[in-house]
Write a protein that binds this ligand. Sequence first.
Ligand code: AGP
Length: 622
Amino acid sequence: MDPKLPPMCGIVGYVGPQSALEVVMAGLKRLEYRGYDSAGVAVLADGGLAAAKKAGKLLNLEKELDGKPLPTGTTGIGHTRWATHGGPTDSNAHPHIDNAGRVAVVHNGIIENFALLRFELEERGHELASETDTEVVAHLLAEEFSSCADLAEAMRLVCRRLEGAFTLVAVHADEPDVVVGARRNSPLVVGVGEGEAFLASDVAAFIAHTRSAIELGQDQVVELRRDGVTVTGFDGRPADVRSYHVDWDASAAEKGGYDYFMLKEIAEQPKAVADTLLGRIDGSGSMTLDEVRIPAGVLREIDKVVIVACGTAFHAGMIAKYAIEHWTRLPCEVELASEFRYRDPILDAQTLVIAISQSGETMDTLMALRHAREQGSKVLAICNTNGSTIPRESDAVLYTHAGPEVAVASTKAFLTQLVACYLVALYLGQVRGTKWGDEIRAVIRDLSSISGAVEQVLGTMEPVRELARTLASKNTVLFLGRHVGYPVALEGALKLKELAYMHAEGFAAGELKHGPIALIEEDLPVVVVVPSPRGRSVLHDKIVSNIQEIRARGARTIVIAEEGDEAVVPYADHLIRVPVTPTLLQPLVATVPLQVFACELATARGNEVDQPRNLAKSVTVE
Ligand code: AGP
């Protein structure tokens, strides 16, 4: 059985005047960044259904189609699969088709009760050809359709029997101008064009055709026809849906001249930071977070903040804690979403839960916020993806405006998460009266200068790239930090893990003497994030001592310190300067060299930077 890899399948559906095969294949190419290991398409034509599917990359499927062209049709679906149940083989690739060859279905997610469904189908004489959970849906749809002769109704009936997380898109040869989709937990968006309609797991698949999108909610079925879209619940009742305009520009899904999306996204950080501030500060310099639809009176009653997130977003939450507690005097806990609900947390109506997620689809974080809401807590999402599940299931959302982040390794989304967290902390301070207006305006002024500071850092990264290349053969790099520099050290280590596939570990520098210093050996690279000497200067003196301790034991010290900090110079084998920044905001500039360092080292190792092995951009299973 395959290890439970995070399925990050790409789904595309189309109905309209164009060649369905061309639209679907182009859409699947736009979704390649999600990572996959097989692909397939199905087209309705000449009263029948034709399909092709191959293990491996889209190129394999294209070769198959060159050799055995599909008939031209204007209704079709396609899929890039990330293997979960059943290995990446031709037969396990989607679409899956019923025995009569009339129904095709593609799927993202995991159907948890598929084994019983499969057993019952085989008992009724169905022959299933693959090892997948998805195939049972094709046979169930065929059975229901034979009774109701309506694919949307058949989908509703089938979905009510499925357990787990699933996004399904299907076609039936008896309804040649219809595509039907359904979603529970896994993402699915609708694109509405002129006389045509699209379904996709991500708007990137259809923004070349239309920017009018509809976000689908939980347990909803959508029927696409050329002249319109109908959305119901699984129970068949009409559903309210929200249309929105996709504000990405088409180039956003391209690399813009960079070798990797990650490099482009690192370079976009100054703009992303500035964009995330836009519209949130009024003329007087006060906060205007009107999209945070939690009444001020409710926020004044809050007596605890809990942040839930995963990975890089969790590190953003760790940094947010310092700002929230310092500016609002509210206790703030930061929890790994995957651990949160299993520790039986103490939550109530006076707890504000902040769910941080770039994709808005991370299942661990989604389940954590659902648990919090069940306990009566208010949930505020900080998210980068409009229309995604996490903001939709929260009481309020503060969107980051990083633009689409395609590379698996999160960079600009992280910096904008920090900006959003600072804004929320300031807003809480403003609403609760723990920060005076002039104090808030002072921090806003500092935040407004960060975009330029990040730009300045980006202009000085060549020595960091050179250093990274010299370390390509190393097996381990350690990262140390104190105060807000500690989560930065963790983030730097995570970047190196996920990109260079090497052992990297972040520590609170104060912990060195409690064990980790035993790791120090000759020429071991250790990155140290040094806090500002002007802020908590006692911490600065302590970390300079830490640098001396590790250097005395042979470490190669790579020191990130602000301009003018001369105390570190005697102990830094490599010194990376960042602009002078207020203590709490330093992560916004100190993280950037670590992103560049990890990306360059991974490149030097010949790794696939945008789609690192074993990783997915959004982990939509627990
Ligand atoms: C970070 O570089 C990784 N891509 C990963 O840790 C990511 O931050 C995590 O999976 C959370 O994703 P989200 O922000 O989309 O919820």
